[in-house]
Design a protein around this ligand. Structure first.
Ligand code: EPZ
Length: 427
């Protein structure tokens, strides 16, 4: 086990390269199954969720060749198994995308109930509703979800709730189904559009991604292609908060400024200066931070995955901020850690009321989940003195080389191995 040791107080300054989007990559990798061919996927982030997805593909029978740290060639021609092993599917939430992809190609799939961050109940009823509409049956036995279908036929699905996962899974299952599928009330996140672009590059006919209706004309066969994953909106947003909270000046490269708009709008309102270029953004904060009202919503609203980071930033803003979590039931668990650092935050259900304080103090901290962990890193960078963050495994699931990238920006941060006996005492 590892922990991060951070001596806060240095402003983040300089340039940072943003990696490929985790939440696009974890859907695009299973989607390669549908090609039954060779795909070259570029701009994959080097994070544990991507490594787990590659390992699942390999266990199912795909051949994987690493071309560079961020590029892999994946040949899914000879996949033989439709069952994802327990251990790997429980490692990450996104293992559910293997259900849609395996169902689409083989008419059957099995994964264990997926793991991932604990943000409250994470049902998959909408995924199963879409599979059922296409003609599949599902069953859950001993924690395993099985789906199977004689054949899949295009259908009309109106989702009861806007779900990123259900939208992507329905797309995966529908591209090879007979006839036309219409998906309504779908998610519109940049990674939905990215998956649709990738499927279309493989020969699928997916239209409307990025709006709330997606129409898919099933095709008989897909083929391999070369594809580059979009940059990670949330990784970029996290470094923007890092610059803002440390009174820094950072230029982010390999970003799509359009995807950042819900985040840049709020950071500007909080008092940051932001310059947008073709595929870069610069953020600088010199003055005081202003209090804000934020409610997280599906895209193009303010992303829930930025909520812990913005709440952390607003804990240092002048006045009273209100942050309402509109997606997940339990995404304020990290607030206790900020309170240990001297923040003044009250949480009532889905609403956090934040009275800005002058400074945060160093403290022993815990990464309660991926984005909360990133928020703790940014809080520690802002606090004068040494903080230690435990359970960093959550952070490494979604942020490639976070320690090295922050060091390059001038942060005093180290990854420290916790000896096994000390780690077991801490748990
Ligand atoms: C994706 O999760 C992301 N994960 C999450 O990011 C992100 O927070 C979330 O979308 C919302 O943007 C991945 O892409 C791997 P949802 P997902 O289905 O797909 C309810 C991160 O930090 N719902 O859009 O699981 C659900 O309970 C992670 O990178 C149902 O009721 O989220 C929630 O309230 C954390 N039934 C809402 O919809 C369903 O069948 C949105 O969930 C599915 C979802």
């Amino acid at each position: 086990m590892e922990k991060f040791v951070i001596r806060g107080g240095n402003p983040l300054q300089g340039d940072v390269n943003i990696g490929g989007a985790k939440n696009a990559a974890v859907a695009i990798l299973p989607a390669t199954i549908l090609a039954a061919d060779k795909c070259l996927i570029e701009n994959l982030p080097c994070i544990s969720d991507v490594m787990a997805s590659l390992q699942i593909l390999s266990e199912l029978g795909a051949s994987i060749r690493m071309v560079s740290r961020s590029t892999y060639e994946i040949d899914t021609t000879h996949i033989i198994s439709t069952e994802v092993s327990n251990e790997l599917s429980r490692q990450m939430r996104a293992s559910y995308y293997f259900l849609g992809a395996l169902l689409g190609r083989f008419g059957a799939g099995q994964v264990a109930m997926p793991g991932g961050c604990n943000l409250g109940p994470r049902p998959i009823d909408q995924h199963l509703k879409a599979f059922a509409a296409l003609g599949a049956e599902d069953s859950v036995e001993y924690g395993q979800i099985h789906v199977k279908a004689g054949s899949l036929t295009g259908s009309h699905v109106f989702f009861d709730t806007v779900s990123v996962g259900a939208t992507m899974n329905a797309m995966l299952a529908a591209v090879l189904a007979k006839g036309t599928t219409v998906l309504e009330n779908v998610a519109r996140e940049p990674h939905i559009v990215d998956l649709a672009n990738f499927l279309n590059m493989m020969g699928a006919d997916v239209r409307g991604a990025g709006t709330d209706v997606i129409k898919i004309h099933g095709v008989q066969k897909l083929h391999g292609c070369d594809y580059s994953v979009i940059p990670d909106q949330i990784e970029a947003g996290s470094y923007m908060v890092g610059a803002a909270i440390t009174k820094g000046d950072v230029t982010l490269h390999n970003v799509i400024p359009k995807h950042m708009e819900p985040i840049t709008a709020k950071l500007r309102a909080a008092g940051c200066e932001i310059w947008e270029y073709d595929d870069a953004l610069r953020i600088r904060r010199t003055g005081e931070l202003c209090a804000l009202k934020i409610k997280t919503m599906p895209h193009p609203g303010f992303p829930t995955d930025m909520q812990p980071l913005m709440t952390t930033l607003l804990s240092l803003a002048k006045g009273t901020s209100i942050v309402t979590e509109g997606i997940w039931e339990n995404r304020f668990r990290y607030v206790d850690e900020l309170i240990h650092m001297g923040a003044n935050i009250r949480v009532d259900g889905q609403v956090a009321v934040i009275e800005g304080v002058q400074e945060l103090h160093p403290a022993p901290l815990r990464a309660t989940d991926l984005r909360a962990g990133a928020a703790m890193v940014m809080a520690a960078l802002a606090a004068n003195g040494v903080s230690e963050i435990d359970e960093t495994i959550h952070i490494e699931r979604g942020y490639e080389n976070i320690v090295e990238k922050l060091q390059q920006l001038g942060a005093d941060i180290r990854r420290v191995e916790i000896p096994a006996h000390a780690a077991s005492r801490a748990m």
